[in-house]
Design a protein around this ligand. Structure first.
Ligand code: HEC
Length: 133
């Protein structure tokens, strides 16, 4: 029994080490920068979903973005402006998910543009405000 546990444990360790970027992932996960970069990958996925007309992909990415907004890691700045911009951004992400579920191509493309504009606006407004960076 002990041996079996040891073997299993060994296999898990091995899997963890050999998975592509597995260890890196585990180390970076709690990191704020890694968290923030999730917005970028999800936004890229949404773009991919739009250009290949994969609405499920768009809806999923937009929903993931919305969930990120509720994570405590998002709250790097405690100001009304940041909270307001976050709320607005989350609303647009939710709307994008909804439009995608309705498979409304025109609305999806417009919402995507709105979403990306909010990335630019918030980054521009918050530049240099983040503590420790
Ligand atoms: C409500 C404000 C806000 C919105 C909207 C926003 N961001 Fe950010 N983002 C931030 C802040 C603040 C940081 C910096 C956090 C830090 O320095 O740790 C950041 C950091 C990032 C980073 C990490 C940069 C680095 O240092 O590696 C990326 C990538 C990023 N955002 C992408 C996006 C994308 C893509 C969108 C739109 C889909 C977006 N953000 C929307 C506030 C925002």
């Amino acid at each position: 029994m002990r041996k079996l546990v040891a073997i299993l444990f060994g296999m898990i360790m091995l899997l963890g080490l050999s998975a592509p970027g597995g260890q890196e992932f585990a180390e970076q996960k709690p990191d704020r920068r890694y968290f923030m970069r999730q917005k970028l990958t999800r936004t890229q996925e949404a773009l991919e979903g739009i250009v290949v007309a994969d609405y499920a992909m768009v809806a999923k990415s937009a929903q993931d973005i919305s969930v990120l907004c509720m994570d405590e890691s998002w709250s790097v700045i405690q100001t009304m402006e940041y909270a307001d911009r976050t709320k607005q951004f989350q609303r647009v992400a939710d709307q994008l998910a909804e439009m995608a579920r309705e498979e409304n191509y025109e609305a999806v493309t417009l919402k995507y543009g709105e979403l990306v504009n909010q990335c630019f606006a918030c980054h521009q407004a918050m530049r240099g405000v983040v503590p420790g960076r």
